[in-house]
Design a protein around this ligand. Structure first.
Ligand SMILES: Cc1ncc(COP(=O)(O)O)c(C=O)c1O
Length: 391
């Protein structure tokens, strides 16, 4: 009865079962995977946000395929603050970055076409690609005092069906971002093989203070480029459901991409009026919330480093940006087994690395926006247990 693309294995995995069992038994878990910014104790500008959603113009229906101009102007202003000119005619609003991905896949790929995606990375792509009949082909990121693209692996994965190279910039959860030399190499590969770049920049504003800020691909003119971002991370408002994609690149192909995207967007007209009219104000709240997020990340990272200094069997990987830290621990068991043991034995929740396709065992991922007291206590329990068990 159902399409083959939806033949997913939807059974609970052992990790999710362990969480369910702990909660059913009434155990409260210290959640070091907390990454919903609206539920980790930040102070939002309540009146300003709720007020923005009551814009007078929202009573009118004015269908606009790319999204209303006032909202696109605000997004263009976001890039202007980074010194990048993004024409409002080269922007399309969507309800989520996931929807922006769908538009890109629909624009670029016929069924069975391939998109190169970084590994390790964020797992949502698998479903997105299945739904759009796109085949994802991983290219490797390698870790050597920091992550970088393994260009040999990337080039080997290109086939006649490859349409696009996806970068998560900064990456979730490795926290590295694409450096200027990598951008140049990516442009070369795209030119040689007639490929398109798709850059997911939802974490662009969360660079660690001591690092140079990442450059946005929205300025890239050397290959056809789709830059995706949205309010879910930038303004820490995932519930508002506003994102966008910006098109840049050689003029003729960028114009044609835009004409076709316009039809896709016009077919759905997804973003609703109250939210679109609120975009300028909501985007303007980002400064205050980003300050709180960056401060939380800085403090939890300092706590992590202090505790790791005393741990025997666990270290962390270097990173440049984002909300996550990757722990490397003794790989005497699979990381799923480790994560389950931490739930059952310590009441602590961490992500096993295989969720993100880390190479091999021994990787665990923790969220640095976890409330600080919970982070300190949960991390202490986890590191002690990892040291004990790995003896
Ligand atoms: C790298 C990355 N891209 C995209 C998304 C999804 O964003 P949205 O809520 O706009 O669909 C997430 C969510 O965590 C993410 O981590």
């Amino acid at each position: 009865m159902f399409a083959a693309r939806t033949h997913w294995n939807l059974a609970l995995n052992r990790y999710t079962e362990a969480i369910d069992a702990a909660r059913r038994a009434g155990r409260s878990l210290l959640d070091l995977t907390a990454s919903n910014p609206t539920s980790v104790g930040f102070t939002y500008e309540r009146e300003r946000i709720l007020g923005a959603l009551q814009h007078e113009n929202a009573l009118q229906y004015e269908p606009a395929s790319k999204g209303i101009l006032a909202a696109r102007r605000a997004v263009s202003g976001y890039y202007a603050e980074r010194g990048i000119a993004v024409d409002t005619e080269r922007l399309v609003l969507t309800v989520s970055t996931s929807e922006a991905y769908s538009y890109c896949f629909r624009l670029l790929c016929d069924p069975g076409d391939e998109v190169l995606v970084p590994s390790p990375s964020y797992p949502l792509f698998d479903f997105l690609a299945d739904i759009q009949d796109v085949k994802l082909v991983p290219y490797e990121l390698v870790y050597d005092h920091g992550w970088q693209i393994e260009f040999g692996s990337l080039r080997r994965k290109i086939t006649p069906r490859t349409r696009a190279i996806l970068v998560v910039h900064p990456n979730n959860p490795t926290g590295h971002f694409t450096k200027a030399w990598e951008m140049e190499r990516l442009n070369e590969v795209c030119r040689e093989h007639d490929l398109v770049l798709v850059s997911d920049e939802v974490f662009l504003d969360y660079g660690l203070a001591e690092q140079a800020a990442p450059l946005s691909f929205a300025a890239n003119q050397k290959a056809l480029t789709f830059t995706l971002s949205g309010l879910s991370k930038i303004a820490a408002l995932p519930q508002i459901k506003v994102a966008w994609l910006a098109v840049s690149g050689p003029e003729a192909v960028a114009r044609e991409a835009m004409e076709r995207l316009d039809v896709i967007a016009d077919t759905y007209l997804s973003p609703n009026a109250p939210v679109q009219w609120a975009v300028p104000e909501l985007l303007a709240t980002r400064e205050g919330i980003q300050r709180q997020l960056n401060e939380r990340v800085r403090r939890n990272l300092a706590e992590l480093d202090a505790q790791l200094a005393a741990a025997k069997l666990t270290t962390r990987l270097e990173f440049d940006a984002g909300w996550y830290a990757v722990l490397r621990t003794s790989a005497y068991r699979t990381d799923e087994d480790l994560a389950i043991a931490l739930i059952e034995g310590e009441g602590v929740l961490v992500h096993p690395g295989h969720f993100f396709d880390f190479p091999g065992a021994g990787y665990l991922v923790v969220s640095l926006i976890t409330p600080e007291a919970e982070f300190r206590e949960g991390l202490g329990r986890a590191l002690r247990a990892l040291d004990e068990a790995g003896k």
